[in-house]
Design a protein around this ligand. Structure first.
Ligand SMILES: NC(=O)C1=CN([C@@H]2O[C@H](COP(=O)(O)OP(=O)(O)OC[C@H]3O[C@@H](n4cnc5c(N)ncnc54)[C@H](O)[C@@H]3O)[C@@H](O)[C@H]2O)[C@@H](O)CC1
Ligand SMILES: [K+]
Length: 528
């Protein structure tokens, strides 16, 4: 599903009117009606006599609020509109909708000074629902003064609150919040979700997100060349690698997982096992030779391979040729989990990356090795997925993790384009950017997954998906989604405190199961 900025949405609204001749007041009417329908669902269709307070700003978001007010009034709700503007300052469609509401005898209370707040504050005590139509996509910066007081007062009242299009106080483009912001129970956003609603911190203020069709022509949307997407179950289902009835393990690829060092054998074990769970036909874990025996006892289905090591027991430069030879029988490399930052091992990574003929997932200490000489990617290289967390991303581009977090989308997008890689930036709402500029935001996952080894599992899932023939960028996006679903199922069963990376492996089957079209059923088995 496409995600849009405020400017992109504004453009769609304008073109719907200018090119497709849909009057803007019709779009506003549709928007208001969709919110009314959502409110009716909230009250199990019984809105009569419900006390509903509608806070309207002076822009078009306020206009939507006035459409909501009119219809709810017609349906017998006890409606009060609090207007954060003088009626004569309203313009265009919002002004028209204000006048209609006034002609219908609707109750209207302008809030023009702090002395007008008390009436609203008392009404809030008895409200069944608050409708937030103060600011929409036209909002920038921080709410100050009277709007700030109103937003704070509404949040303090702690009533069920539906935000119209965007919670007021939130920047639709970035999800950033610089002042008070409505804490919505749910948000009804119009046409397409705005970026700021799905990335943090905005997502936490948005509550449950409903996307409402207001009649923007689908062709108009398709013609815009939008490049940012929200990952959905439908997209993931469509991209899940297929499995044939007559398949054998050779069909589903062979992952070589390279990593491990003393004290870090768990990382590579998690990666290798996750690759199998993700459906790879064969997985070989290649580790420093003194760890080989330990790995043999830790794993069952995973094959193992001992490699030359340094005095510190990490992979040495002599491992280069054995790795390349092994890769002749494999179709993807997972590189980095538990690798260590031993200088000779760093050199190994730097020599290996330009020599690869198969796709690779580059993670953890392999990313740190890359950060010592980012120019390695300047020449020709095979398809790569890089999976940094914000700290690793910062090292790759020579900045701080805080700066990366401030501009997550742009950072990921720029790096992917510049170095021609699929870049997966971890963190709440993982971002996957493709070299062609297409960018995906993952809505699954939870803070319980911030635990040792969680990233190693993700690397394995992505490698396992590439092994089955997916494009690296597609595998990264699908992998992020599945990893998050496994985490969400794990949290539901175990709670987010106790969740460990090993648990993710156990919930991956259910995560995949959610996406699978039942093969038996599709073949018509068991049907009369
Ligand atoms: N054709 C359209 O354009 C449609 C627009 N719709 C609604 O219109 C909204 C966008 O309307 P507008 O562009 O009029 O803008 P908004 O209604 O979002 O409000 C912006 C108003 O707040 C002011 N403002 C911005 N930042 C502020 C700040 N930090 N502190 C105080 N005031 C600030 C602006 O000057 C402007 O007056 C959408 O979110 C949606 O709800 C819908 O009715 C659908 C159709
Ligand atoms: K709003």
């Amino acid at each position: 599903m496409y995600l849009v900025t405020a400017a992109e949405m504004g453009q769609l609204d304008r073109l719907a009117s200018s090119e497709y001749l849909i009057p803007s007041i019709v779009l506003m009417e549709n928007a208001g009606l969709r919110v009314v329908e959502s409110i009716r669902r909230h009250f199990q269709e019984r809105v009569k006599n419900r006390r509903i307070l509608i806070f309207c700003g002076k822009g078009n978001n306020g206009g939507d609020g006035l459409v909501v007010a009119r219809h709810l009034l017609n349906q017998g709700a006890e409606v009060k509109v609090f207007l954060l503007a003088r009626p004569e300052d309203m313009r265009g469609d919002a002004r028209t909708n204000l006048e209609i509401y006034q002609k219908m005898g609707g109750r209207l209370y302008p809030i023009l000074g702090e002395n007008h707040l008390q009436r609203a504050d008392i009404a809030l005590l008895y409200a069944d629902l608050v409708v937030d139509a103060i600011f929409g996509t036209g909002f920038k910066g921080a709410a100050l003064g009277l709007p700030a007081s109103v937003i704070t007062m509404i949040n303090k009242a702690n009533r069920h609150t539906v935000a119209v299009d965007v919670p007021s106080g939130l920047e639709a483009d970035t999800g950033r919040i610089f002042g008070p912001c409505i804490q919505a129970t749910w948000t009804v956003t119009f046409a397409l979700p705005k970026l700021g609603l799905v990335v943090e911190p905005g997502a936490s203020f948005t509550g449950r997100l409903e996307v409402a069709d207001i009649g923007i022509p689908r062709k108009l949307v398709e013609d815009q060349g939008l490049k940012t997407h929200l990952l959905t179950a439908d997209w993931c289902r469509a991209n899940l690698p297929g499995r044939k009835t007559d398949a054998h393990k050779g069909v589903y690829g062979h992952v070589l997982a390279v990593g491990g060092s003393p004290g870090l054998t768990g990382a590579i074990t998690l990666t290798a096992t996750a690759a199998l769970r993700a459906g790879a036909g064969l997985v070989t874990a290649a580790v420093p030779k003194s760890l080989h025996e330990i790995l043999e006892t830790k794993t069952t289905e995973v094959m193992t391979c001992p490699l030359p090591e340094t005095a510190a027991g990490t992979l040495s430069r002599e491992a280069l040729n054995p790795i390349l030879e092994r890769l002749d029988q494999c179709n993807v490399l997972a590189l980095g989990p538990g690798l260590s930052r031993e200088p000779a091992t760093v050199e190994l990574v730097k020599e290996l990356l330009p020599h690869l003929k198969v796709p690779a997932v580059v993670d953890a200490d392999a990313l740190n090795a890359l950060a010592t000489d980012p120019g390695i990617l300047a020449g020709n290289h095979g398809p790569l997925v890089l999976t940094p967390h914000p700290g690793e991303m910062a090292r790759l581009i020579g900045t701080t993790a805080a700066r990366v977090q401030e501009e997550r989308l742009e950072t990921a997008r720029r790096y992917a384009r510049e170095w021609r890689v699929a870049l997966l930036l971890k963190g709440a709402r993982t971002i996957v950017a493709w070299p062609d500029g297409q960018t995906f935001i993952n809505p699954t996952g939870n803070p319980g997954m911030a635990t040792a080894g969680s990233g190693d599992v993700l690397t394995g899932i992505i490698a396992g998906l590439i092994a089955q023939g997916l494009e690296p960028g597609t595998a990264a996006a699908l992998g992020a989604y599945l990893h998050g679903v496994a985490g969400d199922l794990g949290r539901a069963a175990l709670g987010q405190h106790a969740l460990m990376a090993g648990d993710l492996l156990n919930f991956l089957p259910a995560a995949f199961r959610n996406l699978e079209v039942d093969a038996g059923d599709a073949a018509g088995l068991g049907r009369g």
